[in-house]
Design a protein around this ligand. Sequence first.
Ligand code: NDP
Length: 342
Amino acid sequence: MQRMVLASRPTGMPQDENFRLETDDLPEIGPNEVLVRTHYMSLDPYMRGRMDDAKSYAAPVPIGGTMEGGAVGEVIASNHPKFASGDFVFGMFGWATHGVAKGQDIQKLDAALAPITTALGVLGMPGFTGWFGLMEYGKPKAGETLVVAAANGPVGSMVGQLAKLHGLRVVGIAGGAEKCKTATETYGFDACIDHRAHETARDLRHALKEVCPDGIDIYFENVGGKVLDAVLPMMNPHGRIPLCGMIAWYNAGGLGADAAMEALTGPRLWRTILVNFLSVNGFIISNHFDRYGDFLREVAPQLAAGKIAYTEDIAEGLENAPAAFRALLSGGNKGKQIVKLI
Ligand code: NDP
């Protein structure tokens, strides 16, 4: 089997030398465990945080450890009564061609219901994140205006489409004209602003004002940085900000780093929250999987009915995972970033 390990901790954008491809014997399985040949693995922005040795909600990947991550694949050996060879499953198998997991830690997939890759994106953790953050903390109401950046990704596209289904005006922010076209044409956003075409937060805010004439009621926060600065002063009283991610700062060396501090000053942020009575709710989706069944019951039928669209960007081969990961962090991905392993 092959696995991609963390060779050293990156400074800024991860480079090839921060990763190492290793070859090992196939692992043995113990009681109640299964061995899985992974077919597709997920690349997600949170993996950048795992590469840093910084205090966070989850422990870092140790040097020499396999890069963490979700994957889908086929059971090829099982010591668990609920799983047999040939079953397709999702589990946290990491960046590797094979993985071992306890039966209780994996989920069986029905390839007849939806392609197995959807368990990594639209029907998996990212789609669930968009649904949970929007419904729990965004509290969407028809007629309101929602803004979400990284609008083409699995989180942003889910947020935008659900908000449209709830009758909101939905404005996306994405990198490049092509992504903006996808946001409006494929995902049905009312408008989309290209953040790369607006160098400063002020320029971006002017562009947003044209497409959000009634201000912003919900800002689903995926990116931080310039977008946050542009959006905050436009929030309406009693607005809501589900705080999901801040990818603009993931390579900045931690949120205490100068880049983040310069981008936004605390006092200004606090004042805006106070005078507009804003609700800001940070959340980490792994704490909310008790709601995953509710999400599937609501969204899987909408997907099957063609009311929710999704896009997958599939790179080939474990050896190409680091490059695909860099693309994800810098906006090179077009939709949910996946790596095909077989
Ligand atoms: P995406 O597939 O959307 O990929 C990330 C996108 O971020 C890029 O394609 C790029 O899109 C955008 N981006 C990168 N840098 C910047 C920047 N400086 N300014 C603006 N946009 C930028 O990712 P996901 O949908 O998987 O995740 C979206 C967010 O949700 C991330 O912040 C992630 O960490 C967070 N998240 C949080 C979870 C939680 O539990 N709280 C769980 C899952 C995800 P573009 O080219 O359009 O700019």
